[in-house]
Design a protein around this ligand. Structure first.
Ligand SMILES: Cc1cc2nc3c(=O)[nH]c(=O)nc-3n(C[C@H](O)[C@H](O)[C@H](O)COP(=O)(O)OP(=O)(O)OC[C@H]3O[C@@H](n4cnc5c(N)ncnc54)[C@H](O)[C@@H]3O)c2cc1C
Length: 479
């Protein structure tokens, strides 16, 4: 793919972009460098970002189509973008690209009889939840970023979150999709029925495709009756191994609505950032919720307590008070900000079979020691989905080198334990090489074939999810 060099913004008007701006008037096309700058990075900040030639802030599907037809005509790469909360560099700009922001397409309609939400891609996850709640309905997927991330971004990454352990991930709630392909064609996939097996399941192909196959401009999301009352249990463990053992045992007999873990470094990061009264000396903490109906809730919580004691916990606290429970969940949710506040963060989200948690937690601690780095771990433990956050002092080049070596070690660790390099954040730009090592040459070849069929010029989010450039034929080629 050959692209003309990006024009220097402000000083050197770009005739191609000016032509686009005249087709999309009214401030849809942003060219001034200060505003464009805000669209270069996402939340994985330790990655070099390119300089976009412009940003399109689309308000309609037609505007998305116009922008993509223009990009195809002029061979301009396009980076689709929701709220830019990606923790894998998936929304990081590339040089000379058009950033296609969906943040202004925020419409939401609820149909309570059909139990669906029709959402535009820029609607925030929390806005869908709130709109559904008006009708006593619930949109369960709840990434830690649910207050700030968009439905389009959630779909493009197949976002997970805290309640997946019982309620599944974003893909489980996507009934219909409207997607614009790189050449501007509009696909309508699925619809408003609870079941639909007509044709290949292209709808799910786009879920988790990280903006590399098409741009989501609308979605029909399945809603469920609102969540019932919730009870919360917090258990303190002397070490990670006993906490991991408890997770495995709980999962064998109970389906909690939440099963989260924080290790000692994460607990202390949260306490340093905003004190919540967590036990700083605990080796690990589990936060478990049950939303089972009626008496079953108390029975589930009692069973969890028993299993935690059997695994060696030192203290258990449980509450039926929603606000008190929320306080602990908020402490867990604040861990992302708390860890980010400690330095430059390389976020990871490996996922392993649940019974391997104790071993993998021990290995992560060993990697931290080997590289002399702090690696706090929080985890959607019930899913085996771990978030080791590698932190180093900003500007310390030597520590940065060690941090990226630790990052690679963690990438190698997950497949070695039968797991995956990414459970929910996506491959983005940070895990492209690790993907190749995990899935192998044949899977990569088929993935490239799909990409080529839908985006033959390779314009959509180049460099994300799949290695760009020549198609690799052996793993050794995937540099
Ligand atoms: C504090 C914090 C906590 C988080 N917790 C979780 C968590 O628990 N679980 C989890 O899964 N993630 C989590 N994340 C990561 C992130 O929020 C999710 O990946 C989220 O789904 C990204 O949504 P976004 O709107 O910010 O998308 P962006 O970051 O803008 O984009 C993400 C990817 O989606 C593509 N994309 C965006 N919109 C579209 C569209 N309309 N069409 C096609 N492609 C599109 C982009 O090109 C990019 O590849 C967390 C992030 C933060 C900062």
């Amino acid at each position: 793919m050959t692209n003309a060099a990006p024009a220097r913004l402000d000083t050197d008007p770009d005739p191609l972009v000016e032509a686009l701006a005249s087709t999309l008037p009214g401030g849809v096309v942003v060219m001034d460098s200060e505003r464009v700058e805000k669209y270069r990075h996402d939340r994985f900040e330790d990655l070099p970002a390119g300089h976009p030639r412009a940003v399109v802030r689309a308000q309609t599907t037609e505007q998305v189509q116009v922008a993509l037809r223009w990009a195809t005509e002029h061979r301009i790469p396009v980076v689709p973008r929701g709220a830019g909360t990606s923790l894998s560099g998936g929304a990081t700009a590339v040089d000379g690209c058009l950033v296609l922001s969906l943040e202004r397409m925020t419409g939401i309609q609820i149909d309570p009889d059909r139990r669906v939400a029709r959402a535009e891609p820029g609607a925030l996850n929390i806005s869908v939840k709130e709109a559904a709640a008006v009708h006593e309905l619930w949109y369960p997927p709840d990434p830690g970023s649910f207050r700030i991330s968009t439905i389009g971004g959630n779909i493009a990454t197949n976002a997970g979150g805290l309640c997946c352990v019982k309620y599944g991930v974003t893909a489980d709630y996507v009934l219909g999709l409207e997607v614009v392909l790189a050449d501007g064609r509009l696909l309508r996939l699925g619809g408003e029925t609870m079941k639909d097996v007509a044709g290949l399941n292209l709808r799910q192909l786009f879920v988790g495709s990280e903006g590399t196959l098409g741009v989501v401009t609308g979605a029909v999301l399945r809603l469920v009756p609102r969540q019932g009352d919730v009870s919360t249990l917090v258990a303190t463990f002397p070490d990670l191994v006993s906490a991991g053992t408890a997770v495995t045992r709980i999962g064998r007999t109970i389906r909690p609505a939440m099963l989260e873990l924080m290790d000692q470094v994460a607990i202390n990061a949260v306490e340093d950032f905003s004190p919540r009264g967590l036990d700083r000396d605990a080796g690990a903490l589990l936060i478990v919720q049950s939303d089972a109906p009626g008496r079953a809730r108390a029975e589930e919580i009692a069973a969890v307590e028993r299993l935690c004691h059997q695994a060696g916990c030192t203290e258990v606290l449980s509450t039926d008070d929603a606000d008190e429970g929320l306080m602990f969940v908020d402490a867990r949710r604040s861990s992302g900000d708390a860890v980010e506040a400690r330095g430059t963060l390389l976020a990871e989200d490996i996922c392993v079979p649940v019974d391997r948690l104790p071993d993998v937690l021990a290995e992560i601690a060993a990697i931290g020691e080997r590289h002399d780095l702090e690696i706090p771990v929080v985890a959607h433990a019930g899913d085996g989905n771990l978030h080791p956050g590698i932190v180093y002092p900003p500007g310390d080049a030597a520590a940065r080198g060690r941090a990226w070596r630790a990052f690679d070690d963690l990438m190698a660790l997950a497949p070695a334990y039968g797991g995956t390099v990414t459970g929910e954040h996506g491959v983005g730009r940070t895990k492209v090489r690790s993907l190749a090592a995990q899935v192998g040459a044949d899977v990569l070849d088929v993935s490239h074939a799909v990409k080529t069929a839908l985006d033959p010029l390779g314009l959509l989010n180049p460099g994300a999810l799949l290695p760009s450039g020549d198609r690799p034929t052996t793993l050794g080629d995937t540099t």
